[in-house]
Design a protein around this ligand. Structure first.
Ligand SMILES: Cc1cc2nc3c(=O)[nH]c(=O)nc-3n(C[C@H](O)[C@H](O)[C@H](O)COP(=O)(O)OP(=O)(O)OC[C@H]3O[C@@H](n4cnc5c(N)ncnc54)[C@H](O)[C@@H]3O)c2cc1C
Length: 385
């Protein structure tokens, strides 16, 4: 067991940090308050080799490891939290499923633009009546000649105001084995994108409506039975949300530490008050513990053993540690921390959302409990209940 990065990993972290300081430090606050996807940052990152870090070079990726992608999120977020969303998009989001299962024609058509930072893709899974119980989704896709006809609605899709393509989970038939996915382009006949609504984080999402929406059969990503494959990939995708939670918590921790080391009240530095020292100690304990869980999940996934348990425990720990650190940082920095003039309140709002998105804390704990008892607990109401 070794708790140190390799020399290459240290060098990579240093290079990414320098890139972030040179190109992203200026404008970090403004970027955080702009709901539009930062395509300029995505294109800079593409030039820097930060998109598709884990994808094979044959797909236009970098052939690196998942831990490299986690390191990239940590380093970018430590300078410009909002820009870490681009690392997430280019390495952890639906782009992974797309690169893994896309046909050569689909990849030739879209992957270059996605990895080049010229196009963003949105993920349409959640429906008004299918949130945590995702397998209740109703959006249907029916074969019709050389096309599929889609009917249904999706909600809460991140990046939907800016996306050109949407990876949409649909029902080709009944049951879990009837679920698969296809790609729908903005502008497809019968596809309507609603007006943007805002999350607490100010990120925007749109309702997606499919009314006899017609797409070519060529756009099917995973046909019936594809859901299990997609969920296996989702275990790894979750680590992007996990890594950002932790990185935002650290950003806020560092900002509060620097503030407490210089701000005076009662003729003393804030860091000299024990009540605040213990807050920092508690934050450090939680952040360091969560970081080890994140690295364990990423390293084992790199070794070919992505574990739903390790991912769940890492995400729950990082979601909680990140939010608690950000919230305490706001408290420590007083009214300034609560103000939009600093990024700590932004980190608090963003980390709060990740406790719900990508597998809520409660659903993760259900998964962890299944591991503890080595049995499956069906969440569905039984006829006898
Ligand atoms: C910031 C953000 C970004 C998102 N991005 C996307 C996106 O890009 N694409 C997309 O499709 N969706 C996205 N979502 C939606 C997200 O996937 C859902 O919010 C999530 O699946 C939970 O569904 P729900 O909000 O409908 O809550 P519900 O499922 O209605 O749950 C409500 C509450 O009950 C709890 N609960 C539910 N079932 C159980 C149970 N069995 N045991 C214990 N507790 C339970 C939940 O944990 C939650 O606290 C995003 C959400 C957020 C907050």
């Amino acid at each position: 067991m070794n708790f140190e990065f390799t020399q290459e990993q240290n060098q990579f972290a240093e290079t990414v940090r320098r890139f972030a300081q040179d190109h992203l430090a200026a404008g970090a606050l403004k970027r955080a308050h702009d709901p539009r996807f930062p395509f300029d940052v995505a294109q800079l990152m593409a030039e820097q080799g930060l998109m598709g870090i884990t994808l094979p070079q044959s797909d236009g990726g970098q052939g690196g490891s998942l831990l490299d992608a986690v390191i990239a999120i940590e380093q970018i977020a430590s300078v410009c939290p909002r820009s870490a969303d681009v690392v997430q998009f280019g390495n952890f989001g639906p782009i992974r499923t797309f690169a893994e299962y896309g046909t050569p024609r689909q990849k030739a058509r879209w992957l270059g633009d996605l990895l080049g930072g010229r196009m963003v893709m949105s993920l349409g899974m959640t429906e008004p009546d299918a949130g945590s119980a995702l397998t209740d989704l109703k959006t249907s896709a029916r074969a019709d000649g050389a096309d599929y006809v889609i009917n249904g609605s999706k909600v809460f899709s991140t990046f939907s105001p800016d996306a050109q393509i949407f990876l949409v989970y649909v029902r080709f038939g009944p049951g879990v084995s009837g679920i698969g996915s296809l790609i729908v382009e903005r502008g497809a006949p019968g596809f309507t994108i609603g007006a943007p609504a805002a999350f607490m984080s100010d990120e925007e999402w749109c309702e997606l409506h499919f009314n006899d929406c017609r797409v070519a059969a060529d756009n099917v990503l995973l046909g019936p039975g594809g859901f299990k494959k997609q969920m296996a990939g989702f275990n790894v995708e979750r680590l992007g949300n996990t890594a950002r939670s932790l990185a935002y918590g650290r950003f806020a921790f560092n900002a509060a530490r620097d503030y407490a080391a210089t701000r005076r009240q009662f003729d003393r530095l804030l860091c000299e008050f024990q009540g605040l020292q213990w807050k920092f100690a508690d934050m450090a304990i939680k952040l360091d513990a969560a970081q080890l869980l994140l690295y364990r999940a990423a390293v084992n996934a790199d070794r070919g053993l992505p574990s739903a348990y390790e991912t769940a425990i890492a995400k729950a720990a990082c979601n909680q540690a990140g939010f608690e650190a950000a919230s305490e940082a706001v408290q420590i920095m007083g009214a300034l921390g609560y103000s939009r003039e600093t990024l700590v309140e932004y980190c608090m709002r963003r980390t709060r959302g990740w406790m719900i998105a990508g597998g809520s804390i409660e659903m993760l704990k259900n998964r962890i409990a299944e591991h503890v008892f080595d049995r499956r607990f069906d969440q569905r109401k039984r006829p006898s209940d």
